[in-house]
Design a protein around this ligand. Structure first.
Ligand code: TMP
Length: 427
């Protein structure tokens, strides 16, 4: 018996309202119709566009056709990327693929546009076949579902599910002779889906994973870290990268070092306390390693195991640069101290925000209150920078080095592109 899942796209794999609503408003305005309110806009996701313009904005056939054309003027250029993958969907697709399921997409969105959306988000590698309406051929959902399945599908003996968020998907499934899962996180209501006769209802993606792949361990997630001198702009870049990864449906666990869990946060307070001026360099290095040991076991490994993207603000490279370089304990001694803490768990990619120590000093001087490490002299930070450069020289393939002297947006764009490429390659 073969197993297949055919997904609807909008409202099931992607949360596409941002681009759709903006483009509906654009078309309405261009044709002299009043701006549709939120409940009306909501109804546009799922049904064929022409139907929605007629039903919900009261257009006649000719005006509705013109509206579809106007909508596409904007949607096909910018609207289709104003979109996000629902959290958990990547994990669901990766899990299904690994478990040997056939994955199709049957969508009311034109085939070409749908292909661009799916490729943009790097979901195309999971999809065996995508079917949407093609030029001059307005296939209905039944035909789309059937053509998204392999041509030799055995409707009696093979197992196929259509997954969608609107009654159109459920009705299509019934017409096509396959079972259906109605999903409650999209644009339809539970009542709509149940009334249409869905075989099964899942309120969340998580429920769907449990339903389709019960007891299955998810594929491993990934581990990323971000590094840089104090004042390199990590805070802003972490926020920007978090947003970008979120949009692509990567489920992030954001954490920091020193810290990240209660025991390690207590150690952080001790390490960074300005009153601990007498702290010996070796004590400092061991406390960072101790905080890391707990963080690796309590946060980092469980997140990777659960299929999430673990993102740590600093990791062992900070110790090598700050304690090895800055405190002059030497690279090897710091690697030795950290070996039992890290115990083989290393980031697949480390973003290094590249600013030299003079620039970072100027930026720090503008900050309000400095901690114990930030108060260390400039020659200290020159050695930290040298420590980072040495690390990058040793393992260039792990580092994503970006020029962090540009505007936050420019830096953020480059970081997001490079990190997304690595994450998608590793899926
Ligand atoms: P943060 O300001 O980025 O939170 O980092 C706290 C300070 O601790 C920062 O000055 C860098 C320093 N640090 C080390 O010296 N060694 C380490 O292993 C880590 C993680 C941070």
């Amino acid at each position: 018996m073969r197993k297949a899942v055919i997904f609807d796209l909008d409202g099931t794999l992607t949360q596409s309202e941002e681009g759709i609503w903006a483009s509906v408003k654009y078309a309405a305005e261009k044709l002299g119709f009043p701006e549709p309110d939120a409940p009306t806009l909501r109804k546009f996701i799922g049904p064929p566009l022409g139907y929605s313009f007629r039903e919900y904005l009261g257009m006649d056939d000719a005006t509705a056709d013109k509206a579809v054309e106007t909508y596409r003027e904007r949607y096909n250029v910018v609207g289709l990327f104003e979109n996000r993958v629902f959290p958990g969907v990547r994990r669901l697709m990766r899990t299904l693929k690994r478990e040997g399921w056939y994955i199709g997409i049957a969508t009311g969105k034109p085939q070409k546009t749908s292909e661009r959306v799916v490729a943009h988000f790097g979901l195309d590698k999971f999809v065996d076949k995508l079917c949407g309406p093609t030029a001059g051929h307005q296939a209905d959902k039944v035909a789309l579902i059937q053509s998204a399945l392999p041509a030799d599908w055995d409707y009696q003996n093979d197992e196929a599910w259509m997954v969608g968020d609107r009654k159109f998907d459920v009705e299509g499934a019934i017409g096509a002779g396959v079972k259906s899962i109605g999903v409650g996180y999209g644009y339809g209501s539970e009542e709509e889906l149940r009334t249409a006769g869905c075989t099964h209802y899942c309120a969340t993606v998580e429920e769907m994973i449990d339903f389709l792949c019960p007891g299955v361990t998810p594929p491993e997630g990934a581990f990323l870290s971000m590094e840089g001198l104090d004042g390199s702009g990590k805070g802003t870049q972490i926020r920007l990268l978090t947003d970008a990864l979120d949009r692509f449906g990567f489920e992030l666990v954001l954490s920091r070092e020193p810290g990240g869990c209660p025991i390690s946060e207590k150690l952080r307070d001790i390490i960074l306390d300005k009153n601990n001026a007498e702290m010996d360099d070796i004590t400092e290095a061991l406390l960072y390693a101790a905080s890391r040991a707990q963080h690796v076991r309590e946060v980092i490994r469980p997140a990777i195991k659960a299929g999430k993207v673990m993102f740590s603000d600093r990791f062992v490279d900070s110790s090598v640069a700050y304690q090895g370089g800055g405190r002059q304990l030497g690279v090897q001694k710091i690697l030795d101290i950290n070996a039992p803490a890290v115990d083989g768990t290393m980031p697949m990619a480390t973003i290094y925000l590249d600013v030299d120590h003079e620039t970072s000093l100027k930026r720090r001087a503008a900050a309000t209150e400095l901690d114990r490490l930030e108060l260390a002299g400039d020659s200290f930070h020159a050695r930290v920078e040298a420590g980072y450069r040495e690390l990058i020289r040793r393992t260039p393939e792990r580092f994503i080095v970006v020029d962090a002297t540009r505007t936050p947006e420019e830096i953020g764009k480059e970081v997001a592109e490079k990190v997304l490429a690595r994450l998608m390659e590793a899926e």
